[in-house]
Design a protein around this ligand. Structure first.
Ligand code: FRU
Length: 489
């Protein structure tokens, strides 16, 4: 009998040939074969995450075009099919019915070499005014240099979003649309709607190495193939910001939120959008993830109106047949004061196995050591109370094989996870709620449903323990729970 993993890989390998028939070209055949060839090695690597979305193998970066359509959550991602290092980009594809179990699908988009494309960069998916699924992306080629000459292209999808054909209207946006304004690194189209109007925003900068700005375009036809330039929607307020990549712009409650990736920690801005003038005025700002491994996030609106975000997790060691994965889906909201809130999607609790639990542990002088589920894929929930202590520390060790323990510490104003720090407001009563996800080489920490912090770690051994300690006075662990987590595949 075929092992399910082999069956999945076979499907991954064969479907492009079935669905494109005679049109299958050499480019996609070679890319598909390269991913399939690397998969056995990638999938047996003990450091490869099991509950974070990734390609079956090879290099991935940004999540692209997240969309909920006809009963499936679809995610695409930047894929370099030919190695586990960066190189020419294609769009990989996964889908899920429930945000819990995911299915790897054939490569969705590849360069149309006959049309002078060499790479398919980041973008979005939407449904146009005729009800057709469309994706928009930045098209790169020898005469479409990313820095100063890229175009924005579109493709039209079948209902399963597996088969795409490039729009006959390509390029849908060329530099000519910008009415003479030069925009450098003009890329990463993202579409949003406000009332009856459809807008598209792009990243880039207005001077060669500065003046980072989000530019905005308004759709002029239901097919979304004609666009009018409406100017700079948002000029980045920091003089030093070199560019903004992958803008995402959406409404949460009655406030508008902008995400930008400025070659560093991802920033959010919350404020008001005026659809008549096409200007966004930010009132507050913050950082989406305080580690240095979360970048270029992309968001999806789900049918009940909630907004989810995935980021690209990077910084893994090379040479293992895979490199990169996506963050956990995080559910977003904004406080009335304009602070972004984030929580792992509630569906993730379906990945939990048998829990272990402790209640009301007094922490004073020296540590308490608790045995965790015997795995290096787990979730820990810690409800902690500083009381009169200055700080509480958590040390997670994996047993004998462990290279480096995970160190987490917080005071009433700061959270520290290994070498990364985040400002923190613990509740007035000194309480902190931490959710810690350990997925072999990925660590994602959420504090008080607000702070996110991701780190790449060396995987724990298989007898992990959690040690708790308080400094400068007594403190209390109100509740500690831990679960082994299952694979999403
Ligand atoms: C962000 C980014 C995007 C670009 C893509 C190329 O990580 O640089 O701006 O479209 O990656 O892979």
């Amino acid at each position: 009998m075929l092992h399910p993993l082999r069956l999945a890989l076979l499907a991954f390998f064969l479907v492009p040939f079935c669905s494109h028939g005679a049109l299958t070209n050499d480019v996609i055949a070679r890319a598909t074969a390269a991913v399939a060839a690397a998969a056995p090695r990638a999938q047996t690597d003990p450091a490869r995450p099991i509950f974070h979305v990734a390609s079956p193998a090879q290099w991935i970066n940004d999540p692209n075009g997240p969309i909920f359509y006809k009963g499936f959550y679809h995610l695409f991602y930047q894929l370099h099919p030919f190695s586990d290092g960066s190189g020419p980009k294609y769009w990989g594809h996964v889908r899920s019915r429930d945000l819990v179990k995911w299915e790897a699908l054939p490569i969705a988009l590849w360069p149309s070499s006959e049309a002078g494309e060499t790479e398919i960069w980041s973008g979005c998916c939407t449904i146009n005014g005729l009800g057709q699924p469309m994706c928009f992306y930045t098209s790169i080629g020898p005469d479409k240099n990313a820095f100063d000459r890229a175009d924005q292209w579109a493709a039209i999808g079948d209902d399963d979003l597996i088969t795409w054909r490039k729009s006959p209207a390509n390029p849908v946006l060329t530099e000519a649309v910008n009415e003479g304004k030069k925009i450098y690194d003009w890329r990463d189209p993202f579409i949003f709607r406000d009332g009856p109007k459809t807008f598209l925003v792009t990243g880039g900068h207005m001077a060669k190495d500065r003046e980072a700005a989000v530019n905005i375009y308004e759709a002029e036809n239901p097919e979304l193939t004609k666009w009018k330039y409406r100017g700079v929607m948002f000029q980045h307020p920091d003089a030093g910001a070199p560019t903004v990549e992958c803008p995402n712009f959406f409404k949460l409650g009655d406030q508008w939120v902008l995400f930008v990736s400025p070659y560093g920690q991802v920033q959010y801005f919350v404020g008001d959008f005026d659809a008549a003038t096409c200007r966004f005025t930010a009132r507050t700002r913050g950082v989406l993830d305080y580690g240095s491994s979360f970048y270029a996030p992309n968001t999806m609106q789900v049918p009940d109106g909630r907004r989810l975000v995935w980021g690209w997790l990077n910084g893994f060691p090379g040479g293992h047949g895979w490199n990169g994965c996506l963050s956990l889906p995080r559910q977003l909201s904004v406080s009335p004061a304009g602070e972004l809130r984030q929580n792992p999607a509630p569906q993730l609790s379906q990945l939990r196995g048998q829990p272990v639990e402790w209640k009301n542990i007094r922490l004073e002088n020296g540590g308490q050591t608790l045995p965790l589920p015997k795995t290096n894929t787990l979730e820990i929930l810690a409800e902690l109370d500083l009381q009169t202590a200055k700080s509480i520390g958590l040390t997670i060790k994996g047993g004998a094989q462990d290279a480096a323990p995970i160190l987490i510490q917080f005071t009433d104003s700061e959270l520290q996870v290994m070498d990364a720090k985040a400002p923190l407001t613990v509740a007035k009563d000194g309480r902190l709620r931490l959710r810690i996800f350990i997925d072999r080489s990925v660590l994602e920490v959420f504090a008080n449903e607000t702070v996110g912090l991701t780190k790449i770690i060396s995987p724990l051994g298989d007898t992990p323990t959690l040690e708790l300690h308080a400094e400068g006075g007594p403190a209390r662990a109100k509740r500690i729970q831990a679960w082994p987590l299952k694979t999403i595949w």
